[in-house]
Design a protein. Structure first.
Length: 278
């Protein structure tokens, strides 16, 4: 089985990520308008009719700005924690609200979505992994203050990841942001730097990771070229993509690239076939 993924927008001006199979899909966050979401999906040949739910990571505007109109127009269930919902200003029809808890597995057709808690300056922030019949795993890991054991554990499971590479340390330090904002970004509950994201990639990259989509880049403290070059020299066979804050990426078809090895062993003269994944 395989999954199709795309970033519809990624950055402080709006975040929205598409993950789906041949029959159904989900959106992670809805930080751009309903109209812009439709336009970008249409350009990619993706159908809103396949989208069965939206999952909200936290209450910051760049992750929720489009959710009210999108949910209303398409009668989409919105999965959100009770705490996050209390901190949001939008109004949803009660029948569309679905609450989730950390580490709960939610089935949407052939997709399984699991949220896990992360470090960020929001009331109840979560990242997500999306799986297709336990075969292919996609991670959406943005708005991360620092790499914790939860991030490492879930990163190791993924075939493709939307991974935050928000800022370059030197650019942030030399930039015009006030000290309190620089501290907020880099202080452990803000965002992940290029260097921190690269360390995660180098130390914990699973062998099956085929695509790394660098996400949520700062417009002032990073550049797409710098983020891409930081990773390309370490990429190996992993495709490096930079998600834009101005337009959608292409759709990437993610397959399980594990090599299946079948070996026959004999136990008490009985043949036993063992399947291993390399």
């Amino acid at each position: 089985m395989s999954l199709f993924i795309a970033s519809l927008n990624s950055g402080s001006n709006g975040n929205c990520y598409y993950v789906g199979n041949n029959n159904e899909a989900v959106l992670i966050d809805a930080g751009i308008s309903c109209r812009e979401t439709e336009k970008r999906m249409n350009r990619l040949g993706l159908s809103m009719q396949k989208v069965k739910a939206v999952f909200i990571s936290h209450e910051h505007d760049d992750h929720i700005n489009g959710i009210e109109s999108l949910a209303k127009k398409y009668a989409l269930p919105v999965y959100i924690t009770e705490t996050t919902l209390r901190h949001c200003r939008f109004k949803l029809q009660p029948e569309l609200v679905r609450h989730f808890c950390s580490n709960e597995r939610i089935s949407i057709g052939g997709l399984t979505i699991k949220a896990f808690a992360k470090l960020h300056d929001a009331c109840d922030p979560h990242s997500f992994i999306i799986q297709n019949d336990e075969d292919v795993c996609i991670g959406v890991f943005t708005d991360i203050g620092r790499v914790c054991e939860q991030v490492i554990y879930h990163f190791k499971q993924c075939n493709a990841v939307f991974l935050e590479a928000n800022y370059d340390g030197d650019m942030l330090a030399a930039g015009r942001y006030p000290w309190f904002l620089k501290k907020r970004i880099s202080g452990g509950n803000g965002h992940l730097s290029n260097a921190e994201a690269l360390e995660l990639f180098n130390m914990h990259r699973p062998g099956k990771l085929t695509h790394l989509i660098l996400s949520h880049l700062s417009s002032n403290n990073n550049t797409p070229q710098l983020a891409e070059q930081t990773f390309l020299q370490h990429a190996g066979e992993t495709k490096i993509v930079v998600a834009s804050r101005y337009h959608e990426t292409e759709v990437y078809h993610i397959k399980n690239n594990a090599t299946v090895i079948k070996e026959t062993f004999y136990f008490n003269q009985t043949a036993v076939q063992l399947t291993m994944f390399n």
